[in-house]
Design a protein around this ligand. Structure first.
Ligand code: GLC
Length: 544
């Protein structure tokens, strides 16, 4: 496999400009603040930043409701500030990918405002309308309990419009060639400003042509091929990362060997990972990895622990979901949409440092590209007093001062309060304290990223699940160009001892480990992993 596929060995860090760093002191994060804090990301070792939407928006869905695809919301700065940030990121060798949210616009977008005025509007057909009330309008809502329907009647339009998400997010009609041209134009605009690709929002909904009179006449995946072709012509090496919570059987339709999506978030794996953590056995995760389809050619899975949304467990059975709720979100207020958990990793895992570190190490060791959510590197917590998914989007905790160092504004002027007290509040959990503490989670995560960056076998090589004869430990083996790396993770809260024997391997050199197992040892030796211990080994000699 070619070594120039940068994204297969990248470490991606997702953040929202709004909540990262407020430099001008108005209580809202901004591009200038983000540019100012790139040293944190450089120290951590990430080499690609994924920005949540920063476009002009009424902000009813964290910016996923856009009113102008060609601008920066004035709350975060100007287009000039964006370019300055891009320059600063490039200076530090970091790529930037951005959210492309074209399944829907905001109802406030001028296109929709025009479309609803009259059937003669040039934008009428940019959306999906029905004169009659569609059947089963409550079926298929994405946010059960909050969203009532997927079709809403608009009085001015005299028709119903489709919205797979909230009713303030009307779906664009991608069967309309003008809409397709516009999508490419949006991509071209941001590519010209230097982005290295897009995280495409809600891909399965984007490509469905539900409710259209000519629905089903074109191959829904053709849009993805068009987007990829355009992307490659405009910028070599740019990538598409799909938010597609799909069954594995459908994966190749989305990848098409990388001719469509380069990467897809591995939602099924994410769910079995948490089942494994809840059950304290590697078994569910091992099973999923063994049955997961490969990602041929340019395709790659993206691994994650938590993101800006709820931890979605909808693919598990009710009983399995129940086990995870009991372990990690026992209070109904921690659960969301009858399927997920609106918590961050550290409090979910009971702030158990061993378990948190094992889970983090595991994410970097999984076959795929790791995608982190800001604040997880220091163990931030959630604010359950906030609504829905806002709980996991509190501002970054930089220090123990006012507003956690996020903003110099008065406390009440900050757009969302920075949790101060409790085990995950900024007085206790913050970047400044963890920088000065060599035993901190921040240092541990930085060394995991360094290990991942020095083990290209993981991103570029072939993987195998090694049978150790126990499900207490997950052992993954990676080979690439003569190099060979094995990673071990103990899912139990007890020390586990087992011999490590791999054909032809005489010597193991630890590449990363918890406080134990730091010395090289020979094949056949018994190794002990402490409770929730982890250890990455380079097999044989140094990498050639
Ligand atoms: C995606 C985003 C989510 C957003 C939704 C609608 O699922 O991850 O945050 O609410 O799309 O745009």
């Amino acid at each position: 496999m070619s070594a120039n596929l940068w994204y297969k060995n990248a470490v991606i860090y997702c953040l929202d400009v709004e909540s990262f760093m407020d430099l001008d002191g108005d209580g809202v994060g901004d591009f200038a603040g983000l540019a100012d804090r790139l040293d944190h990301l450089e120290r951590l070792g990430v080499n690609c930043i994924w920005l949540n939407p920063f476009y002009p928006s009424p902000n009813r869905d964290n910016g996923y409701d856009i009113t102008d695809y060609y601008g920066v919301d004035p709350r975060y700065g100007t287009l000039g500030d964006f370019v300055e940030f891009m320059h600063a990121a490039a200076d530090r060798g970091m790529r930037v990918i951005i959210d492309l949210v074209v399944n829907h616009t905001s109802v406030d977008h001028p296109w929709f405002q025009s479309a609803r005025q009259s059937e003669d509007s040039p934008f009428r057909d940019w959306y999906v309308w029905s004169k009659e009330k569609p059947a089963n309008i409550t079926e298929g809502v994405v946010f059960p309990g909050v969203q009532e329907a997927i079709w809403t009647h608009d009085r001015k339009a005299g028709a119903w419009y489709l919205h797979r998400f909230y009713k303030h997010q009307p779906d664009l009609n991608v069967a309309n060639p003008q809409v397709r041209v516009e999508i490419l134009k949006i991509m071209g605009f941001w590519l010209a400003l230097g982005v290295s690709g897009f995280r495409i929002d809600a891909v399965p909904f984007l490509i469905e042509d539900m409710g259209l009179p000519n629905g089903g006449t074109q191959d829904p995946f053709s849009l993805l091929t068009e987007m990829k072709e355009f992307l490659s012509w405009r910028r070599a090496g740019a990538v598409l990362l799909a938010e597609a919570n799909i069954e594995y059987e459908l994966a190749e339709d989305y990848f098409d060997g990388g001719d469509r999506m380069n990467m897809i978030f591995d939602f099924p794996l994410n769910q079995t990972l948490f089942l494994s953590l809840a059950r304290r056995t590697a078994s569910p995760l091992r099973q999923t990895l063994m049955h997961r389809p490969g990602s041929a050619g340019m395709g790659q899975w993206a691994s994650f622990l938590r993101n800006h949304d709820e931890l979605d467990l909808a693919r598990l059975t009710k009983a399995e979901r129940g086990e995870i709720f009991t372990a990690f979100a026992p209070d109904p207020g921690m659960q969301l949409y009858n399927r997920g958990i609106r918590r961050r990793l550290a409090p979910m895992l009971g702030n158990d440092q061993d378990l948190i570190r094992m889970a983090q190490s595991l994410m970097f060791a999984l076959p795929g590209t790791p995608v982190m959510w800001y604040g997880e590197e220091i163990g931030m917590g959630e604010d359950l007093s906030l609504s829905e998914r806002e709980a996991v989007r509190t501002p970054m905790q930089w220090n123990d001062q006012r507003n956690g160092g996020f903003s110099a504004a008065e406390r009440d002027a900050v757009f969302r309060q920075v949790p101060a007290d409790g085990p995950n509040g900024h007085r206790h959990i913050n970047v400044a304290e963890q920088i000065s503490n060599p035993d901190s989670l921040l240092h541990a995560v930085a060394s995991m990223i360094a290990a991942r960056r020095s083990a290209p076998e993981i991103g570029w090589g072939e993987f195998e699940v090694v049978d150790l004869g126990t499900d207490d430990v997950l052992a993954l083996s990676y080979r690439w160009r003569g190099g060979h790396v094995v990673t071990l993770h103990n899912f139990t809260d007890k020390a586990v001892t087992f011999p490590i024997e791999i054909d032809g391997i005489e010597r193991f050199v630890p590449l990363l480990s918890d406080a134990h197992n730091r010395e090289p040892f020979s094949g056949g030796t018994k190794i002990t992993l402490p409770r929730f211990g982890y250890c990455w080994l380079r097999c044989g000699a140094e990498r050639r």
